[in-house]
Design a protein around this ligand. Structure first.
Ligand code: HEM
Length: 422
């Protein structure tokens, strides 16, 4: 029974207020109760899940593997649009891979996987670099930028080029709508007053409708061959058996899931490099990115929901029970990653964690579809930005962080663009 699992078993999530932010809270729960902790009974934690029976947190590679490899039992929770009760028209905006489970997920995944494989993504290297070059042309040396906002613009530009094509008239409009949609989703997820929530949800729905219209037009162009054959969407549209409605869901999921984690990964990496100026000269960039994703995995917390009663490590869990996993906690395990709080890119010369100990891209059947694309965007853009600029952070107060869908700085970071000589 879950009641045998040790833990505070809060009856109302409000009871955890004042216990620190989500990651500190999980960290202290693990220290106090061990690798399986029953956090709440009768409600979900961190995000609303209707009729949720309770919530446990599972830590350690063994539990992480047991949950992520049993996709028949542990599903991803329903999408935000359904939870918020948005109109049906807005719902296929969140009907991409994320919210699919079981046989449908498996089939759609095997259709999309070759399109996002390393070999396929290599063919988009030029588009990624061209998107980044256009972006860099908008920067003026010796000016101050808001780093996270700029990295969001950059990530969307690169992703838009790959997914929607170079000359797409809709690209700018789609990028702006995605930016707004992401901002609204973050705001709704944060602890806001009910009156504000209504207004934001309405705007989310309007914004979703506009994005849907723009994507529908682009999908038509791709289906009719008017968009050429190069962009990823044209190749996706080759699957005539996927309806336009469903295609909109997949493209939206890719735009949302593909831009924000890349933007926060670039922000954390540049911030780390700005603190360790001597490091950016010599250390391998792939180690720097890996280490940045270890310290600040964008998906610091992942959730699953049991779809039927099941057993976990000898305990039985009822259906509709929330399970919380945390790559951030795995990555900060001192035994696995000595000096875990420090930025040590050189550790990757020898570190060989298993895929359930180091999992910035998740693991199991729902691991990140875009890991190759995400790494290609991060590596190429960092190379290009670092070749032109040093990033000097203004001020030296400690950077605070928050989880607002992804793990990001609590407020945007001002940096000065110092051109490199020569
Ligand atoms: C640094 C960049 C990225 C990071 C750290 C990241 C991280 C993740 C993680 C942790 C998951 C698994 C979530 C879970 O199991 O609950 C995931 C899934 C996913 N990611 Fe990424 N991601 C990145 C970039 C991208 C890009 C560029 C795309 C664009 C294609 C993308 C598309 C997806 C999709 C569609 C899924 C859902 C897969 C499924 O349910 O089968 N991601 N990502």
């Amino acid at each position: 029974m879950p009641d045998k699992i040790p833990g505070p078993r809060w009856k109302r999530p409000a009871a955890m207020r004042g216990a620190g932010n989500q990651l500190t809270l999980l960290q202290s729960m693990r220290r106090q109760y061990g690798d399986l902790v029953c956090l709440t009974e009768g409600s979900s934690l961190f995000r609303e899940i209707t009729a949720c029976a309770g919530c446990i947190a599972a830590f350690g590679a063994r539990h992480t593997a047991a949950i992520l490899t049993r996709s028949d039992v542990f599903h991803t929770p329903p999408p935000l649009a359904r939870q918020l009760g948005l109109p049906r028209s807005s719902q296929h905006l969140s009907s991409g891979l994320f919210s699919m489970n079981g046989a449908v997920h498996e089939q759609r995944r095997s259709w999309l996987t070759p399109l996002f494989s390393q070999k396929s993504i290599q063919g988009y290297q030029e588009d990624i670099a061209a998107g980044c070059a256009d972006f860099l042309d908008t920067w003026v040396p010796e000016t101050t930028i808001e780093l996270l906002s700029e990295m969001r613009r950059l990530a969307l530009l690169m992703l838009g080029r790959v997914l929607l094509g170079r000359a797409s008239a809709h690209q700018d409009c789609i990028a702006l709508l995605v930016e707004e949609l992401l901002a609204l989703r973050r705001a709704i997820g944060e602890d806001i007053r009910q009156s504000q929530r209504g207004r934001l949800t309405l705007r989310l729905s309007e914004c979703g409708d506009q994005l849907e219209n723009a994507l529908r037009t682009r999908i038509r162009e791709c289906r009719d061959g008017a968009a050429g054959v190069r962009c990823l969407l044209s190749r996706m549209c080759g699957a005539q058996w996927i309806s336009d409605d469903e295609m909109i869901g997949h493209v939206t999921a890719i735009l949302l899931a593909g831009s924000e984690p890349v933007a926060v990964c670039l922000t954390w990496t540049l911030l780390l490099l700005s603190q360790f100026q001597d490091c950016d000269a010599g250390v391998r960039l792939d180690w720097v990115i890996k280490e940045s994703l270890r310290l600040f995995p964008p998906n610091a917390i992942m959730t699953r929901l049991t779809v039927r009663p099941c057993e976990l490590d000898g305990y039985s869990l009822p259906a509709n029970f929330q399970v919380i996993l945390s790559p951030w906690i795995s990555h900060h395990d001192e035994e696995r990653f000595p000096r875990s709080e420090e930025f040590v890119p050189e550790r990757w010369a020898t570190a060989r964690p298993t895929r359930f100990e180091y999992l910035p891209f998740g693991a199991g059947s729902k691991h990140c579809l875009g890991s190759q694309l995400g790494m290609a965007m991060a590596t190429t853009s960092l190379q290009m930005m670092l070749a032109r600029y040093r990033f000097l952070r203004l001020g030296d107060e400690p950077v605070d962080w928050k989880i607002s869908v992804t793990l990001m700085p609590a407020s945007d970071i001002l940096v000065r663009l110092r051109p490199r000589r020569g």
